[in-house]
Design a protein around this ligand. Structure first.
Ligand code: FES
Length: 177
């Protein structure tokens, strides 16, 4: 794979650079653009971000490896995270994780046998009032998570549906939209 940004992507990154007094502040959005493009952040992708921003590789690597939303290995296309932190853990988060493991027959690394899904526990997602909370592919929140909502999400993704990642009201109790 060739690791380059298009002119439009470089311009997008430069817009982020222009927002801040220090270009290091644009590392996070630039990493996000790279992850969206390449699917995950290999050493080559991280180097591309560093070169594009003209900042040291080690600084970009440090950011990429600190935050869990940045993927440092090639992963199945659909990530399902369930918060099992304090509130969610008490409100069913751990049971939802158990359901996912069973429903997807995941291995010890949280990968499903069909290679389409992976699951992991998340720390507090900042929506404790609608616990338990899940997050799909680093974006879509699912509030008041139930096994039924998880099953619906998985089956829709299996059918190739593209879930809306638009912001939804925090107290939304409806199934996925
Ligand atoms: S504890 Fe789960 S969102 Fe805060």
């Amino acid at each position: 794979m060739e690791y380059t940004f298009t002119q439009a992507e470089v311009q997008e990154i430069q817009k982020h650079v222009a927002k801040y007094p220090d270009r290091h502040s644009a590392i996070m959005p630039a990493l996000w653009i790279a992850q969206e493009k390449f699917g995950w952040l290999s050493a080559d992708a991280i180097k591309l971000v560093a070169d594009t921003l003209d900042v040291p590789y080690a600084r970009v690597y440090g950011v990429a490896t600190f935050y869990t939303m940045y993927l440092k290995q090639d992963c199945p296309p659909n990530l399902i995270e369930v918060c099992t932190c304090f509130t969610c853990g008490e409100c069913g988060g751990k049971e939802r994780m158990a359901f996912l493991k069973d429903y997807l027959q995941t291995n010890e690394k949280g990968r499903s046998a069909d290679g389409q899904f992976w699951i992991r526990e998340a720390e507090c997602l900042g929506a404790c009032d609608t616990a338990p909370v899940g997050q799909i592919s680093n974006r879509r929140f699912v509030h008041n998570l139930t096994d039924e909502k998880l099953r619906e999400t998985i089956e829709r993704l299996r059918r190739g549906e593209v879930l809306s990642f638009e912001a939804i009201p925090l107290n939304d109790q409806t199934p996925l939209g």
